[in-house]
Design a protein around this ligand. Structure first.
Ligand code: NAP
Length: 478
């Protein structure tokens, strides 16, 4: 069993000042597989000081120098994707196809940010003014456990593209993944202090970053509750904040959609990342007249085609929940759904059958409730597990009203004839709408409306968020 004893400050792997040891689990077995030593507020102060020292040099780098850094980071991360894939399997339990995707996403983040920077005008002429896009300063990057490596790499990639320096607080539950990423980043040979990583608890390390006067911006991915705490904590120093928060996304099946054809897309949208996805389509909206046919198809497809279990088995589609705490949370919501009077279409409380040697793992039965009303808690609150709710609508207006009747607005899915689906998509209050299962576009802005977040990540909108425009009047053109 391995203990990760180091954090990363000023270009070196160092032992943290914090003494607490935190157990790392394999969620597929429930067994402890390692430990990580957590940092504390003193470690945050050292990391911020290092980032602050490195800032003037980093801020002066040219676009070409930043592009070379991003290229070096991409090459280094690419050489470690297999190792990262293994760490994701052991420590997080994402099924094979997802964990491979997670490794690729982490490495490719640097390429996508480089493509964005290559075309991005850091100097602009606006009327008589010259406008210089300057790095915002030291940034605090805080990540959750459901895609820890990808979020570290994606946030850091845009911070570097902008010429910022960073202090990163990953999820401590993902310390093995963070360790693989760190070794790769170190190999890329960037100047000391450009990025610093402090493993630790959100309540102390995360909170210390959020209040630190020398941190100019926070980019946070996590729950809406913690996002609000970060806004409050960062108010005194008026930090810039980018918040990628929770969701309760609608999947709308329009009346002209082919029911057989949409089922795989509904399942993928709902159960992606074992249901532990901020963008999961967990409120499934179908018209009253087609409800029975849809339910029969969805039930059959889940019971025959959605395999829960060993994440290393390529036929597995739903892995374990990340932790016992998360497993218990999902169980509470399934129980609540029954109490609220929703009807169980498939799944239910407890562990699925046939887990064999994986009985100790944090597995949940893929669950679908029907007869759900949009005022029930299972329809309003983020469950973050493979639990879907079917709601019915009368007509298109009703579907749009139900879809928008949520405090969230991160993602939405629409299935149906193209023109109609686009018309409905135009009316949804959502940062992203996926029509008929279209593929992800990494250069497009990503983020939520309403309480799903503040600001956007990725592409030019993501890069904008790490820059401050400075207007120069009377300066010669660049
Ligand atoms: P979380 O509890 O909000 O934690 C996210 C990160 O914030 C963790 O590193 C956490 O550390 C840290 N943290 C906790 N309290 C803090 C504080 N007071 N100040 C600063 N940092 C603090 O979320 P999670 O359970 O890890 O992740 C699941 C949530 O993330 C879901 O709500 C999901 O929707 C959301 N999410 C959103 C997106 C998106 O792009 N919109 C993507 C993925 C996930 P600890 O682990 O020590 O608590």
């Amino acid at each position: 069993m391995r203990t990760i004893e180091h954090i990363y400050i000023d270009g070196r792997f160092v032992e943290p000042h914090g003494r607490e040891l935190f157990d790392l689990h394999n969620p597929a077995t429930g067994k402890v597989i390692g430990r990580v030593r957590l940092g504390d507020v003193e470690d945050v102060n050292a990391a911020v000081a290092a980032a602050k020292r490195a800032l003037p040099g980093m801020a002066r780098t040219t676009k070409a120098e930043r592009l070379r850094m991003l290229e070096a980071l991409h090459v280094a991360m690419r050489s470690r994707v297999k190792e990262l894939h293994e760490a994701v399997l052991d420590e997080y339990g994402a099924p094979t196809s997802r964990s491979v995707w997670m490794g690729d996403y982490a490495a490719d983040s640097f390429l996508v940010a480089a493509r964005t920077l290559a075309d991005y005008p850091l100097q602009r002429e606006i009327g008589a003014a010259r406008v210089a896009m300057e790095p915002v300063g030291v940034v605090g990057l805080i990540t959750p456990w459901n895609s820890n490596a990808g979020f570290i790499c994606n946030k850091l990639a845009y911070a570097i593209a902008a010429g910022c320096t960073a202090v990163i607080k990953p999820s401590e539950m993902s310390a093995s993944q963070t360790d693989v990423v760190l070794r790769a980043l170190h190999e890329a040979g960037l100047p000391a202090g450009v990025y610093n990583v402090v493993n630790g608890r959100g309540a102390d390390v995360g909170a210390a970053i959020a209040v630190h006067p020398d941190v100019a911006k926070i980019s946070f991915t996590g729950s809406t509750a913690v996002g609000k705490a970060i806004v409050r904590a960062s108010a005194d120093s008026l930090k810039r904040v980018t918040l990628e928060l929770g969701g309760k996304s609608p999947t709308i099946i329009l009346d002209d959609a082919d029911l057989d054809a949409v089922i795989p897309g509904v399942i993928e949208a709902g159960f992606m990342n074992s249901g532990q996805a901020c963008i999961a389509g967990t409120r499934v909206l179908v018209s009253e007249s087609r409800r029975a046919g849809f339910e029969a198809r969805l039930k059959a497809a889940i019971e025959t085609g959605v395999k829960v279990g060993d994440p290393r088995d390529p036929s597995t589609t739903v892995g374990p929940m990340v932790s016992l705490t998360q497993w218990e949370r999902v169980q509470r919501y399934i129980h609540l759904g029954l109490e609220e009077g929703a009807r169980l279409l498939t799944g239910g409380e407890g562990r699925p059958e046939g887990l064999g040697s994986y009985l100790g793992g944090y597995f949940v039965r893929p669950t679908v409730f029907t007869d759900v009303r949009n005022d029930m808690r299972i329809a309003r609150e983020e469950i973050f597990g493979p639990v879907l709710s079917i709601l019915t609508y009368r007509d298109e207006d009703d579907a749009v009203a139900i879809a928008n009747d949520t405090t969230y607005g991160l993602s939405a899915y629409v299935f149906g004839g193209q023109a109609r689906a686009e018309r409905v998509a135009d009316r949804l209050e959502s940062g992203r709408v996926v029509i008929n299962g279209a593929a992800h576009e990494p250069l497009a802005p990503f983020g939520g409306m309403k309480q799903s977040g503040l600001g956007r990540e990725n592409g030019v909108f993501g890069l904008d968020a790490y820059l401050e425009p400075k207007t120069l009047l009377g300066a010669r053109p660049a």
